[in-house]
Every structure is written in C-alpha cells, then in structure tokens.
Design a protein around this ligand. Structure first.
Ligand SMILES: [Fe+2]
Length: 346
C-alpha cells in the first residue's frame, strides 16, 4: 500500500545477514534486559548503517525525525520456526532463545532508527520486552483453562479486541511533567508466530486532524480530557488522570497525541468547544479505515506513538505471539531510574 505516512525498508541479503549476526551476538550477551547490551546494539546499528543505501538511510531519517507514522522493516531472515500446537507459558517463551533473538533484533532496529529502548518501572514488571499474546483469555477460542464469564483485562496479555490507542502513560508526551515520564515515542513489534495473519492496524493521525475543523483541532489541545488507569500497570500503581490535553504541538514543529478509545472521556469541566472537538475526533476516527500490517518473523513494524494510533481485533488463533519494545527518540526527556538498561518512572 502507498501512504505518505508509511514507509518500508526492505533489507537485501547482505544486510539481512548482518542483522541476523548482530541480533545473535546481542542475544548471547543477554538480550535487551542485560546491562551493556544497549551500547553494543548502538555500535551494531552504526555498522549496519554503513551497509544501507542512501534511500534506505533517508527513510530511516524520516522516521527518526518524527515525520512518519510507521516504518515497516521487511525481508529479514526468518529462521524455520513452525508454530507449536499451543503456546508454552509466558516465562519459558520469554526465556527461549528464539524470543530473545527477535527481541534483540527489535533492540537493534530501534537503535538504527535513533531510539533508545526502555521500560517503565510499573509496567510489564519493569522489563523491556513484552510478549503480546492471549495468555489470559478473551479471544475467539477459549484457552484450555479459561473459565466462562470471567472478566478479561484489556491488555496485550489477553485476547480481547483493543480499540485504537496510543501507548500509556497518558500524562505527557516528549518531556516529563508532574513526576511522570512521557509516553513512549515509538513502539516496535515483530511476530514469532502469526499463523492466521491477524493484522496490526495503524491509524495515521495527520489526515484525521486535517479532516477536522481547525477550531476543533485547537480544542483538543485544551486540558479537557480524563483517562482511566491502565490495567497493565502493577497492582496499586499508576493513576487515572484528569484534565489532560489530547493533542500537543512539539517544539520541533511536529505534534503528539495521547488517546485511548476505551480509556479516554470528557472531563466534567470541559467546554462546549472541547465536547464538540472530542465528538468530531471520534467520528472522523471511526470513519477512517486503518492501514493493516501482517506481522511475521521476517518483518518488524515501528510505530510513532504520538503520530499514529494502533489497534487489533479479537485474537482468532491463540498461537499468535508478538514481541514489543518501547523507544524514546533523542528529544524525549524521561525521569530516569536506571541508565542501563534504561528504566524510567511511568
Ligand atoms: Fe498497544
């Protein structure tokens, strides 16, 4: 598909081999959760950059400068890794060599796009790599031990449909504020298995904002919106938020949105202009068909978390397993708890 907000970076054979070799070495060093690996990933990324064509370099540059909603890496060597009959438990999967390899490759690709891989303290047990799969039920087909009628959480560890959203936290973008680090600038996803080719949907926001009335767009920058606490945060941690803006303009001329279709609502004190703007935004969003990406082991999708929403449908094949990491661009100013591996306060 051609879309001005999306680019593809197709690696040739030599580049693919270099990526596989570097990812393997990063895996042997302990992967993204190990100390010292981020520096090595950056070094490998610099070496890899010298193998890229001028076109490929300029595509990467567009993403790292915040000018793209999504960048799809393709044609990476995908080892022969047929899906199992059912997924193993999350710990064995996370520790498997193959998942460590794919996470290391994500780490390398984030570095190639000038983003630092990081984790939030209260999210995903403070780990950099999140396994995204139906571990907790709520998919089309019940898990073997899934009890009917239990309430399923709305997180990437369950099989529920996840409506259009950016990644939490929702307090601020780019620069820390009121004791909260900014939302991730980017997320990267790859698939270990996706046998039913279930799509990851991306909604570039630029065209959505351009379809709105200019005064409505302006009203989205007012502190008129509330959000509920993210269920993926550790018990007792993370807050709901009140009177935040949905859209902000950045010093570099770009913009960033924070939004979640199932967590955001209007603040009780929102002005009539903000009410109208919120409704208009949701209306334009619901009439916008997303761009669909079929993630497989030979691809990875980098999404600009301030410039695009993403979503997915209810999980149909319970063997679907994605790996996700977050990245901060050079402009991001988080509240750092530990430098290596980078851990920040949510
Ligand atoms: Fe997400």
């Amino acid at each position: 598909m051609h879309h001005s907000e999306v680019a593809y970076l197709d690696f040739n054979r030599e580049q693919g081999q270099a990526i596989a070799l570097a990812s393997q070495t990063l895996t042997e060093l302990g992967g993204p959760e190990a100390r010292g690996v981020a520096v090595q990933a950056r070094l490998f990324a610099e070496q890899l950059e010298t193998l890229l064509s001028a076109d490929q370099q300029s595509t990467l540059q567009r993403f790292s400068a915040g000018q793209l909603s999504a960048l799809m890496f393709r044609q990476m060597p995908g080892a022969d890794d047929p899906p199992p009959e059912k997924l193993a438990d999350i710990m064995s999967l996370a520790n498997s060599n193959r998942c460590q390899f794919l996470a290391s490759r994500n780490h390398l690709l984030l570095a190639l796009a000038q983003h630092r891989s990081f984790a939030f303290d209260i999210d995903n047990d403070g780990k950099q790599v999140r396994l995204v799969a139906n571990f907790k039920g709520g998919g089309c087909i019940p898990l073997l031990d899934e009890k009917p009628d239990t309430e399923t959480e709305l997180t990437s560890h369950a099989g529920m449909r996840l409506g259009p959203h950016t990644e939490a936290p929702y307090n601020c973008s780019t620069v820390a504020s009121n004791g909260h680090s900014p939302a991730p600038c980017a997320l990267i996803l790859t698939a270990r298995w996706n046998p039913a080719h279930e799509a990851t949907a991306v909604f570039p926001l630029r065209h959505i904002l351009e379809r709105m009335h200019s005064l409505d767009v302006l009203a989205l920058t007012s502190p008129s919106f509330d959000f509920t606490r993210s269920e993926c945060f550790a018990d007792g941690h993370g807050n709901a938020g009140q009177a935040v803006s949905l859209l902000q303009f950045n010093p570099d001329g770009g913009f960033a949105i924070r939004y979640n279709s199932y967590r955001f609502s209007l603040n009780a004190n929102a002005s009539r202009a903000a009410v109208r703007a919120f409704n208009a935004f949701q209306q334009v969003l619901s009439s916008t068909p997303p761009l669909l990406f079929d993630l497989q082991a030979d691809t990875a999708l980098l999404i600009n978390n301030g410039r695009a929403l993403h979503s997915r449908d209810i999980i149909r094949d319970n063997r679907r397993l994605l790996l996700r990491q977050f990245g901060y661009s050079r402009c991001a100013v988080p509240i750092v708890i530990a430098e290596d591996p980078l851990l920040v306060r949510a």
